[in-house]
Design a protein around this ligand. Sequence first.
Ligand code: NDP
Length: 341
Amino acid sequence: RYITIKTHINHGEPKESHFELKTAAFGLSVELGSNDVIVKNLYVSIDPYQINRMKSYSPSQKAISFAEGIALGEVIDAYGVGRVVASGNPKFEKDDLVVGFITWGEYSMIKDGNMLNKLDPMGFPLTYHVGILGFSGLTAYGGFFKVCKPKKGEKVFVSAAAGSVGNLVGQYAKLFGCYVVGCAGSKKKVELLKEQLGFDEAFNYKEEKDLKSTLKRLFPDGIDIYFDNVGGETLEVAVSNMNTFGRVAVCGIISEYTDEKRAAPDMIDVVYKRITIRGFLAADYMNAHADFMSTTCDYLRTAKIKALEDITPGVESIPSAFIGLFHGDNVGKKIVKIANE
Ligand code: NDP
């Protein structure tokens, strides 16, 4: 069984009716090519960017820079962890644990083993390799250290701070010696940030009547770094509160994925304050992967960093898990458990 889209999501939020659970015969007796691997999926990542692949594209149009658009009825590739059940690819053997691009389904037929690697769990739960030690972790690490180029004592603002990437950015920034404020969409998330993840301050953006004065109060000396996960009004207001030579890392703009209203930061602030606004992809920082892994594994082993995970069971729960990202239902990394290890 696998999840696919029944209709494209060209406007607004994803709904259950956009998705469909399909069944396809999957024989292990097929002749496997020299790149082919069949994987039993164990855990799959649920990521906001997938919505940008679920719009309708003409055949000549590329959906997003690093991934194709998803055709109706097609299997959807996604990051995750699984176990090899059959392999024609010399890189993998039956029963190997693997991490990389599998699918939103129970089994994956991988035609290109380049997007898959053998996994050594190094004593950590397999789910950590989907989230904190996977792409979310690398995004937070590369985005914060390489794009934001922090200095100790700088003032950092993070949006979607109780989400998968955001909570890690805040934790890395605190461990590095920055002052950190996060915003998130519920009281429970705000408490979590302050009481369990060590954020200096946090607020519920849904209750803010005047975001500008909230940021002025929490950053009396201005913002040096804004790690943007949401775009929209939050980006505009953060820019207007930034210091000279401030840096904005545009990681994602989730508020704009479902709402065509675009952020328009006041460019006069960008000019006079010489602000750098830079987008990035986690994949840009593969050369920092070894540093990222050794630092983060060390923080985990010494309990300096917490892995925040939100796991629901069953392939059929993928649509609701995905839809929930756009309503703030998840706390930390959203993962769907497909099968027992
Ligand atoms: P999250 O775990 O942060 O989940 C998404 C969260 O976004 C929700 O929990 C919700 O939290 C918040 N949210 C949803 N809608 C809105 C809205 N309209 N306004 C403000 N907040 C909203 O997801 P990820 O950590 O996986 O991703 C975070 C961002 O980073 C996304 O924009 C994603 O596309 C991007 N990303 C970029 C990568 C890159 O390589 N550049 C790689 C991975 C992710 P709340 O309750 O606070 O509203």
